[in-house]
Design a protein around this ligand. Structure first.
Ligand SMILES: NC(=O)c1ccc[n+]([C@@H]2O[C@H](COP(=O)([O-])OP(=O)(O)OC[C@H]3O[C@@H](n4cnc5c(N)ncnc54)[C@H](O)[C@@H]3O)[C@@H](O)[C@H]2O)c1
Length: 343
């Protein structure tokens, strides 16, 4: 039976990943988390409650803050693993603008600490894969018509994206220096059940339910709303599983990069106004909204991000449920489980 260490297991994306792996593998799963304001063990409890005890017994929790090195006692708690999926990170752009050093500590120093642990495991037993979970934001804003490819240049517009790019570059260095088997993923905006209520989609669902106006980021003329390729967390989990289990041939040209990178992208681009309209339609409610030039008042927020999903498509992976159906699924679920959208 394979063993996988998932960092940030009580976080939003990781808890969906854990549920996916419980359902689709017989792997043992170890979650490492420090449970900060965004980590919530109730997420894991809620999602795992649908499985029987045999399934749930395959998940173990380890408490650790990656700002510190993984000490021998924590190493013993974790044990040997075959895969490490590194998702733990400070993930909130506004907080990174207020506390940049905190993000360097969590996302750069924290990544170095987990890479050192991975190196030790690799030297002892051979690690099958280390996956660094990066973001579309490392490329910065995408002008209309541009979809960044995996090895395009970084262009961080806020400390969050810079710290993710820093962690990403360390991962590249560990593959080149120590031959660690690393993959890097860039994921676009992820949504789903039990997302932190400060994020756009849960916030929109709640405001529309309560008849309140939704604030929508736009350009300076307040005409063009920001847009993203949204993707459901379960689809992200399926892409990660695909990468871990599919034999990817070496004859594919990675642009001479030693450390392969993969964009995990939702199939369809939606602007934030279209998205809010859909959320209102699925609730049979009227949409009240204000377009706000967010970037001028709060630098660091970009109007459009966009990645090309062509490489994953060529390899044989695309999300198998449409983003609109996924949004409906999350709206219906959130109205029935409303404690998760209250803030
Ligand atoms: N949410 C998105 O749309 C999105 C998009 C692209 C990439 N990502 C990346 O995906 C990953 C997960 O994002 P999320 O939205 O699920 O985040 P999240 O904020 O919901 O979860 C992060 C988890 O990491 C833990 N954590 C943070 N710093 C830690 C540290 N120093 N030591 C141990 N645990 C720590 C937190 O307690 C939390 O449980 C992050 O790396 C993020 O950069 C997210």
């Amino acid at each position: 039976m394979k063993k996988v260490l998932i960092t940030g297991g009580a976080g939003f994306i990781s808890h969906h990943l854990i549920a996916f792996l419980i359902q689709n593998t017989d792997w043992e799963i170890i979650s490492l988390d420090r449970l900060d304001y965004s980590g919530n063990l109730n997420r894991l409890d809620d999602i795992l409650s649908q499985f029987n005890d045999d399934f749930k017994g395959r998940v173990r929790l380890v408490f650790h803050d990656l700002k510190a090195e993984i000490n021998p006692l924590v190493k013993k708690e974790i044990g040997d693993v075959d895969y490490i999926l590194h998702l733990a990170a400070g993930s909130h752009v506004d907080r990174s603008i207020k506390y940049p050093l905190e993000f360097v500590m969590d996302n750069v120093v924290g990544t170095c600490n987990i890479l050192n642990f991975a190196k030790e495991i690799h030297e002892k037993n051979g690690l099958e894969r280390f996956l660094y979970f990066s973001t579309d934001e490392v490329f910065g804003p995408a002008p209309i018509g541009i979809n960044y490819k995996e090895n395009d240049r970084y262009n961080s517009t806020n400390p969050y994206s810079a710290s993710k790019a820093g962690g990403e570059e360390l991962a590249v260095a560990y593959e080149n220096t120590y031959s660690l088997p690393i993959y890097i993923t860039h994921t676009m905006n992820v949504f789903g059940e039990r997302q932190h209520p400060e994020k756009y989609i849960p916030m929109c669902i709640k405001k529309i339910r309560d008849g309140e106006p939704v604030t929508i980021h736009s350009d300076t003329k307040k005409k063009v709303p920001g847009s993203r390729h949204y993707i459901h967390a379960e689809d992200v989990a399926s892409a990660v599983y695909f990468l871990l289990t599919k034999k990817i041939e070496n004859d594919i040209n990675w642009g001479n990069a030693k450390c392969p990178k993969f964009n995990i992208v939702g199939a369809e681009e939606l602007d934030n106004l279209e998205l809010a309209k859909l959320i209102a339609q699925y609730q049979n409610k009227e949409l009240k909204f204000n377009l706000v030039d967010f970037h001028s008042s709060r630098p660091g927020h970009d109007l459009r991000y966009s990645l090309s999903g062509d490489k994953m498509k060529q390899l044989g992976w695309t999300p198998n449920i449409s983003v609109k159906d996924r949004i409906k699924q999350v709206v219906d679920w959130s109205l029935l489980n409303s404690k998760w959208i209250e803030y």
